[in-house]
Write a protein that binds this ligand. Sequence first.
Ligand code: HEC
Ligand code: HEC
Ligand code: HEC
Ligand code: HEC
Ligand code: HEC
Ligand code: HEC
Ligand code: HEC
Ligand code: HEC
Ligand code: HEC
Ligand code: HEC
Ligand code: HEC
Length: 414
Amino acid sequence: MILWRVRIEKTRRLHGLVFDFVLLAVLAASFMPSTVAGEEKCLVCHSAATPRGQAPGVDTAALALSVHSTLSCLECHQVSGDQPHKGQRGVGCGKCHGQAMAGYNVSPHVKGRDLDPASAPDCATCHGSHEILAVDDPAAPTNHKNSVAVCTKCHEDEHLKEEFDMIPDPDMIRAYESSVHGVALLAKEDMRAPSCVDCHGSHSFKPSDDPDSPVFKSHIAETCGKCHAQIAAEYTESVHGSMLAKGILESPTCTNCHGEHDIKPSEDPRSKVFASNIPVTCNACHSSETIVGKFGLKADRIATFKESFHGVAVELGETRAANCASCHGVHNIYPHTDPRSLVHKDNIQATCGVCHEGLPEDFARGTFHASATDKSSGGQFYVRQFYIWFISILIVAFVLYRILEYKRRVKRVE
Ligand code: HEC
Ligand code: HEC
Ligand code: HEC
Ligand code: HEC
Ligand code: HEC
Ligand code: HEC
Ligand code: HEC
Ligand code: HEC
Ligand code: HEC
Ligand code: HEC
Ligand code: HEC
């Protein structure tokens, strides 16, 4: 009997303890920081394993592995779990990432969303939502190599081209993949090679006609120069670089001679700077009447080059013969009167000597780009004039001879 009472007493105490514990837990919960309470509240309905009703499940495991593992739901979602919150997806990433947000806010992508939110990206399109990883994590979609696919998914889409007529042709973007840069990054996994964002920046993507864009003509050398520093420095000093810096937009920058998305190694015959293509590349401007006229340049450069030994040889596919760049330099082009020019009178002997061994002293004297139709070419002009007269007189004399002979024959028949 006594034993029985003791047992009842014990059970009561046990029940009391359980009751006290539950009460304490409830009290403690109500005094805990509101964020954590909020999060638990959210997961009552949004747990991926047991979503409640229409509530979409949230992958908390991915969130825990993401850069945002320490954030609570409410730091990204301004939502009250107590009320229905359909349509409250708005995520304030900019609260913590002001710089990225500021760039994004002035991008053509924001403008594109005004027209069609589904066709232009927001933060989550490129980065993901709960699974966001650090940019230097090889698994992140925005990682150096992977980021190309993020851009090409839209920019190689023909439908998007139809919808937004201002965006460039998908073929122009596709060319990147077979360019020297695309092959290096995507096929050879050379992480030094540029992805889209190295040339365009990561968030503002300003169009090429915006003077603040990294691909605006006068910023291109600087953009390429992040990786090709020495070449960019040489170019900046040259007649082309310094004239562009003075605001002469007709002067070439890197992409006029190399292309943009289709840059090929210089030894590739498809490259704009492959030896036998160089005259065509230079002459896009140097035989263009508008440019030549505006800057008082000589318009005969291609014609005279084609007449020369070198020009004929280059035309026939001889890559060892001198092209424009062998004499003038490549990124270090100056007028021939500038002592830095490879064709300045003090340097020209050495310039020709690269290919012609054991040159006589006066080998490089005389005029280049000489046209026999121009008096300034000296000997060539007079030899040409002599032949013109000589051959003309010969023809006239021949015709005269035939006429006289004909007349004589007619006379004889009579
Ligand atoms: C780093 C910020 C961030 C945190 C932290 C975060 N979310 Fe999200 N959440 C997002 C983004 C971004 C989206 C996608 C929005 C979109 O697609 O418009 C999203 C989408 C959602 C959706 C809609 C999913 C769907 O399939 O439609 C739900 C529900 C959600 N979050 C709940 C939660 C809950 C619950 C938590 C806490 C456990 C949480 N989120 C934590 C950023 C966050
Ligand atoms: C009582 C259950 C419940 C709780 C608690 C709850 N949600 Fe929801 N939530 C839902 C349902 C249901 C939907 C789907 C609404 C719809 O599509 O009709 C939803 C949708 C969402 C969405 C997507 C909105 C959209 O329009 O796509 C987000 C984001 C979200 N919840 C975040 C949260 C966060 C953060 C919390 C915690 C503060 C939370 N929810 C708490 C039930 C709940
Ligand atoms: C069009 C795709 C795209 C959009 C939209 C986008 N990002 Fe990015 N973001 C990237 C890429 C790609 C990188 C990596 C840049 C790099 O490698 O230099 C990046 C980098 C970042 C970084 C790392 C630091 C930095 O600035 O390089 C943060 C933070 C970031 N983004 C936040 C955001 C936020 C917040 C938004 C929305 C306001 C957003 N991003 C919109 C593609 C995007
Ligand atoms: C409450 C503040 C907060 C919010 C809101 C927030 N983030 Fe972050 N984010 C952080 C912190 C903190 C880090 C970690 C920074 C670190 O590790 O250096 C981070 C890191 C990142 C990174 C990796 C940066 C890197 O250097 O690689 C990206 C990308 C990113 N956040 C994007 C987003 C996006 C997109 C959103 C909106 C969906 C968002 N964040 C919302 C605080 C926030
Ligand atoms: C979700 C699809 C989508 C993704 C992803 C995307 N873009 Fe775009 N992008 C667009 C649309 C749509 C426009 C045109 C917006 C407009 O007309 O205002 C655009 C415009 C641009 C422009 C300006 C074009 C012009 O002629 O003015 C550039 C540059 C650009 N994007 C670069 C990028 C880069 C680089 C990436 C990858 C980091 C990227 N985009 C990712 C859809 C996308
Ligand atoms: C080596 C540097 C470089 C790389 C890499 C590069 N671009 Fe470009 N991109 C340029 C230049 C320079 C222009 C400007 C062309 C012009 O002036 O017409 C341009 C133009 C564009 C334009 C048109 C913008 C406008 O306003 O005319 C889009 C869109 C674009 N690029 C997207 C991309 C995408 C997507 C990738 C990656 C697949 C990429 N680019 C890779 C240098 C680059
Ligand atoms: C992020 C760094 C980076 C940027 C930015 C960059 N490049 Fe390159 N570039 C490389 C690397 C790395 C290679 C070597 C690839 C290989 O040979 O495998 C290369 C190769 C080249 C080549 C071929 C060299 C050869 O062997 O003939 C040319 C030409 C070139 N780049 C021009 C440009 C131009 C023009 C720009 C700007 C519009 C530019 N690059 C921007 C990194 C860069
Ligand atoms: C006036 C035309 C022209 C301009 C402007 C120009 N290049 Fe070149 N570039 C050439 C030619 C021609 C070659 C080929 C030289 C050869 O075959 O040896 C070349 C070769 C190269 C090479 C590969 C050979 C090497 O020396 O490594 C790279 C990389 C390169 N250029 C980058 C650039 C960059 C970056 C810029 C802008 C800062 C630029 N180029 C501006 C004409 C130009
Ligand atoms: C995009 C057009 C363009 C291309 C391509 C171009 N040039 Fe020029 N070049 C110019 C302009 C414009 C000037 C005049 C700058 C000034 O003096 O104001 C110039 C100046 C020169 C000069 C100095 C002329 C003088 O009388 O001072 C030489 C030499 C020259 N270029 C050679 C070349 C060679 C060689 C190539 C090919 C490797 C080339 N250029 C490609 C536009 C171009
Ligand atoms: C065999 C060497 C050689 C080749 C090849 C050559 N040039 Fe010249 N070029 C010269 C010399 C030397 C001068 C200066 C004297 C003169 O005008 O004859 C000159 C002058 C010029 C000038 C006038 C600027 C100045 O410095 O007075 C331009 C522009 C020019 N060349 C462009 C070209 C172009 C474009 C090509 C290719 C189609 C080319 N050159 C091929 C040697 C060459
Ligand atoms: C890049 C190498 C190269 C450079 C630099 C060069 N040449 Fe040539 N040159 C050749 C080749 C190869 C031939 C043979 C072409 C042929 O098959 O007819 C040639 C042919 C000639 C010829 C025709 C007679 C002969 O020897 O076959 C003359 C004259 C000549 N070069 C003068 C010059 C002068 C002057 C210079 C400097 C201003 C110069 N070259 C710079 C490669 C070069």
